[in-house]
Design a protein around this ligand. Structure first.
Ligand code: B16
Ligand code: MG
Length: 219
């Protein structure tokens, strides 16, 4: 029996990946190199410091731990310039009707994001009151593919992982959901997410029964 749905934020509810990309690219450029949108794909669901480590590797740049913290803080300042201007119209197409539909079906809603900015983003787009549980990168200490962020969410909702579906756009996020014993639905391209129970391109026109049929379980 499915009782709850836990949503990743970046790439599932809103497209903040584009703002992360702009800010990380600015950091790389200031350090004298560049990286591609394809490389950026590998940063999805990865923590801030984990992302910085990967980017520095791509650029072949080494620096002290103190400098890493200072560059990560700069990147976050640039990123926050974008997110603090976000409006409800940046919620991805199909998300609002799907959240309304889940509420009508009595399904609990949770948010499980690696982002320390999740709380501000969700407030900015007016969705804060929709989620009974919000677990972000400040509450969760272990990065995806560790399932901690989703396990904390299930605990806050009073549910077992087997009663919850996780919606994720990142391969590492799907790993995290599967590692925790959740049903995992990928949002985006099959090629990146084919280890999920089901992959859908987005939420447009999607019903709970479509999802349950897709993951082959009964409500
Ligand atoms: P912050 P999600 C993740 O959010 C992003 O996908 C990832 O690109 C980002 O580095 C991470 O949050 C940390 O974000 O710097 O705001 O703490 O997809 O788990 O909602
Ligand atoms: Mg994501």
């Amino acid at each position: 029996m499915i009782k709850a749905c836990i949503f990743d934020l970046d790439g599932v509810i809103v497209d903040t990946a584009k703002y992360h990309f702009i800010a990380w690219r600015r950091l790389a450029n200031e350090l004298g190199f560049d990286f591609t949108e394809e490389e950026n794909e590998q940063l999805k669901g990865v923590s801030r410091m984990g992302s910085l480590e990967l980017i520095l590797q791509w650029g072949g740049v080494q620096m002290s731990e103190a400098d890493k913290l200072s560059w990560a803080a700069k990147k976050n300042e640039w990123y926050r310039e974008y997110i603090l201007k976000m409006q409800p119209d940046e919620i991805l197409d199909g998300v609002m009707p799907f959240l309304d539909h889940l509420k009508e079906r009595g399904i609990q809603l949770g948010l499980g994001s690696a982002s320390k900015n999740a709380s501000d983003i969700i407030t900015q787009v007016g969705l804060r009151d929709r989620f009974a549980s919000i677990v972000d990168g400040a509450k969760a200490t272990k990065s995806k593919p560790d399932p901690q962020v989703f396990l904390l969410g299930a605990m806050e909702l009073g549910r077992q992982p087997s009663e919850c579906i996780v919606f994720e756009d990142a391969a590492k996020g799907i790993d995290a959901a599967l590692n925790g014993g959740f049903y995992a639905v990928g949002i985006g391209k099959e090629a990146h997410l084919n280890h999920a129970h089901l992959v859908i391109p987005n939420f447009i026109g999607i019903t709970l029964d479509d999802i349950l049929n897709g993951i082959q379980i009964k409500a």
